[in-house]
Design a protein around this ligand. Structure first.
Ligand code: NAD
Length: 366
């Protein structure tokens, strides 16, 4: 297994490999870039088939966080961690505490949040040994509702704001009444996105492999039930993938009937050049890491106790960022994913030459 010459290495600033035989903890922490501030990103627990698979995942995800936070204009860098193991069988308090001790030893250059396989409760257990965990503070969220720290409602609202920006740009309309939207995956984010769209008057189609989730959207929101086979290919205005990545690929893109893709799932493009394929099919793609930044914005503000209004205003900036991406794409002829990457690079590379304040101070200044 190579490290420095790994194809995904991309000049990561830090990598640490943790092994604690007593608790069974095997983990990798990756910090891609801290030019804008400390690296904040999820701690994922997954039964990776090999060390190589875990390394590849953490490097890719960590770099993605640098781009996501920079694009969202947050004073945060990009990082991620993975714990190798089955969260249903191998997770224990002792293992999580050992992870917390390792995070503490990193001195705050990386801050962990929830991710797939870890929960608010798990992060709180790590937090017994470190203050470098986030997404765990009970407070009033951007919408005036109590929150346990779970950023999903904010991610869903940001996705709704971004979807509206895409509709305005592509279809020239601000009123969503009668807009046809299909949503793949109605879990934490997808269901709440459906709720916002329903309130705005949209007509919804939903599919979820977990039947009860789909039925809830049908019963409570009047959505039409779709199927695994047709959810992406219905004759709707917008497709919102909110389940899994790589759904935009050589097979799916030519079959899409919608003219807008605006969903929260990470890594929607199977290959980077699939944004060009979408453009070639006259489909407006809202880059995933731009539209789903509500969660990282929420977690950032949790750390400095900002008001719900401030969080909401920042999340609504997702609409402006996307509009800027769409307009640059129109002007330059570049696909939207490439434009979003360039914009993010401008934002984090600009900071590289600036002397850094102590990390906690940077978080507090946001
Ligand atoms: P979740 O697990 O709560 O919901 C995902 C839903 O998708 C579940 O209901 C699941 O049953 C369903 N699903 C899984 N595979 C499916 C398939 N093949 N077809 C249809 N449905 C399927 O997760 P979430 O928090 O809602 O996140 C959804 C997506 O958004 C993920 O890709 C996640 O990485 C991304 N995301 C989430 C956040 C956040 O704050 N939660 C932030 C940024 C990005």
């Amino acid at each position: 297994m190579t490290v420095f010459s790994h194809p995904e290495f991309d000049n990561h600033e830090h990598l640490s490999f943790v092994c604690d035989p007593e608790t069974g903890l095997k983990a990798i922490v990756a910090v891609h870039n801290t030019s804008r501030g400390p690296a904040l990103g999820g701690c994922r627990m997954f039964p990776y088939a090999s060390d190589e698979e875990a390394l590849r995942d953490v490097l890719r995800l960590s770099k993605g966080m640098t781009y996501k936070s920079a694009l969202a204009n947050l004073d945060l860098g990009g990082g991620k961690s993975v714990i190798i193991g089955d969260p249903r069988k191998q997770k224990s308090e002792a293992l999580l505490e050992a992870m917390g001790k390792h995070l503490e030893g990193l001195g705050g250059q990386y801050i962990a949040a929830e991710d797939s396989g870890t929960s608010v409760a798990d992060l709180k257990i790590m937090g017994r040994h470190t203050k470098h965990v986030a997404g765990i503070v009970e407070r009033i969220a951007f919408n005036g509702q109590p929150s346990n720290g779970d950023p999903s409602p904010t991610t869903a609202y940001g996705t709704f704001v971004g979807l509206k920006a895409a509709v305005k740009h592509k279809l020239g309309r601000e009123d969503l009444t009668g807009l046809k939207v299909s949503i793949q995956g109605v879990g934490n984010v997808g269901y709440r996105l459906a709720l916002h769209l329903k309130e705005a008057g949209a007509e919804l189609w939903v599919y979820d492999i977990h039947h009860a989730n789909m039925q809830r959207a049908v019963d409570e929101l009047g959505a039409h039930a779709a199927s695994a086979e047709n959810i992406l290919f219905l004759p709707v205005d917008v497709v919102a993938p909110c389940a899994m990545g790589a759904v935009l690929n050589d097979d799916s893109i030519p079959r899409l009937k919608a003219t807008i893709i605006a969903g929260a799932a990470n890594n929607l493009l199977q290959r980077p050049d699939h944004d060009q394929a979408l453009k070639d099919h006259s489909i407006l793609y809202a880059p995933d890491f731009a539209i789903n930044a509500g969660g990282i914005i929420d977690v950032f503000y949790e750390r400095n106790g900002a008001s719900p209004e401030k969080v909401r205003a920042h999340v609504e900036g997702i609409g402006q960022t996307l509009t800027e991406i769409f307009k640059r794409s129109d002007r330059s002829g570049m696909p939207t994913g490439a434009v979003a990457n360039t914009l993010a690079e401008e934002r984090f590379q600009k900071h590289s030459s600036v002397a850094q304040a102590p990390r906690e101070q940077i978080v507090g200044a946001g």
